[in-house]
Design a protein around this ligand. Structure first.
Ligand code: B12
Length: 352
């Protein structure tokens, strides 16, 4: 099973070096302004850009590259790097790939994909709105919860949500409107350089701990005889998403086998078989992990679990609602609530 995260087009490193050289040749003042460290950072960014580009074209979804460029624009703006630099970088990328890609089909889709992103880039905002805006459900609780975590007070954060559930709010609402929204907000704050990686790690670990406090409730629902195996694809470290999926299924009476982050495809396939799962839920947050999702599904289809229903999800699937077809899945769902609806529909035999 090929689970490589790098798109299988040769020479990403060569292209990244050529792109960086082109950028610095056109803008020699960058060397004096940012020094050797700046050049190394530019090369690192070039690798990321090309990796996202190649994954997007291999999976046939230009919108994924545009979404990545949109994310880059916000990220760079918060660090004082103007959008014009990113636009110029895309222009140089267009030139470098026009000269450096031998395969005419790949070259054509690469240039088309860059052109789409380049056209959109000027229209895209350089900041993202908060996920905890006034008017969102449970927004006050979510804001207080985040403040408690950023104060380093996970006890206070826990008691806020436990009290809320005691008062009648469902665990599902707390999951989606407090935990999920807060995690998205934490990502935004990290992206715009307002919190550190350590703060993000603390908040994430605390939320995982607090989620566990709901387990007596989650695991007490009567069972309906359906089984879910849920995992992050190989290379994928964002595990709360799929844990949330598993918990919603457990609440809906399924027996769930939650495998967590970064699971080798062969192990997922083995678990599907051993647990005689009705559905396997596969999560990918990063576009660069989509190749591994497609490889895993291909392997499942040619195994003794060929008839397993495959549900996929995560940020790229929310960006491109048709992406599930391209990776060979049976369906996708934008969140944990919709995931149950899709899984029940798949198991009851109603095709899409
Ligand atoms: C916590 C976090 C991490 C932690 C994860 C730890 C852990 N134990 O999970 C760590 C530190 C490991 C991490 C690392 C990285 N991260 Co990070 N991370 C996050 C953060 C802040 C929260 C993730 C989370 O918990 N979300 C909460 C869940 C519940 O929400 P969700 O993912 O949307 O899930 C729902 C739906 O998508 C859907 N769904 C998801 N999966 C599935 C599966 C199925 C089957 C179905 C049906 C539905 C479904 O249902 C879910 C539940 O409702 C996000 C921000 C964000 N927007 O999510 C950034 C974020 C995803 N990370 C980001 C980045 C850049 C990275 C790194 C590349 C950083 C780096 N340079 O090292 C690495 C990559 C690691 C890797 N190889 O996977 C970026 C990605 C941007 C992009 N362009 O792709 C984000 C968006 C932050 C940002 N705003 O900039 N990260």
């Amino acid at each position: 099973m090929d689970e490589s995260n790098q798109a299988s087009v040769p020479g990403i490193e060569t292209l990244a070096i050529a792109l960086t050289n082109r950028h610095y040749a056109a803008r020699p003042e960058l060397s004096t302004r940012y020094g050797a460290a700046g050049r190394a950072k530019c090369l690192e960014d070039a690798r990321y850009h090309l990796d996202y580009l190649l994954q997007s074209i291999q999976i046939g979804s230009p919108i994924l590259f545009t979404a990545y460029m949109s994310w880059s624009k916000v990220m760079l703006a918060a660090r004082g790097i103007p959008a014009a630099d990113l636009e110029a970088n895309l222009d140089y990328m267009h030139e470098v790939l026009a000269e450096g890609l031998a395969d005419t089909e790949i070259r054509a889709s690469a240039l088309r994909t860059i052109a789409i992103a380049r056209r959109e880039l000027a229209r895209l905002p350089d900041a993202e709105n908060t996920y905890l805006g006034v008017g969102e459900p449970l927004a006050d609780i979510a804001r207080d919860y985040l403040t408690a975590l950023l104060d380093g007070d996970r006890q206070r954060a826990a008691s806020l949500v436990l009290k809320e559930v005691k008062a009648g709010t469902s665990v599902k609402e707390v999951y989606l409107n407090v935990f999920q929204r807060t995690q998205h907000e934490i990502g935004r704050l990290w992206q715009i350089n307002r919190i550190t990686v350590a703060e993000e790690h603390y908040c994430t670990a605390a939320t995982q701990l607090i989620m566990a406090q709901f387990y007596p409730h989650i695991f007490s629902t009567p069972k309906i005889g359906r089984r879910l195996v849920a995992a992050c694809v190989n290379g994928e470290l964002h595990e709360i998403s799929v844990r949330m999926i598993a918990d919603f299924f457990e609440l809906a009476g399924w027996d769930t086998y939650y495998l967590g982050a970064n699971v080798p495809g062969a192990s997922i396939a083995d678990m599907v078989l051993r647990q005689r799962a009705h559905v396997v839920g596969i999560s990918a947050t990063l576009t660069t992990n989509l190749g591994a999702v497609a490889a895993l599904i291909k392997a499942l289809r040619s195994s003794s679990s060929a008839n397993i229903k495959v549900l996929v999800g995560g940020a790229p699937f929310n960006t491109d609602p048709n992406l599930w077809r391209a990776v060979g899945a049976d369906a996708s769902a934008p969140d944990a609530e919709q995931a149950i609806v899709e899984a029940n529909r798949l198991v009851s035999g109603a095709g899409k």
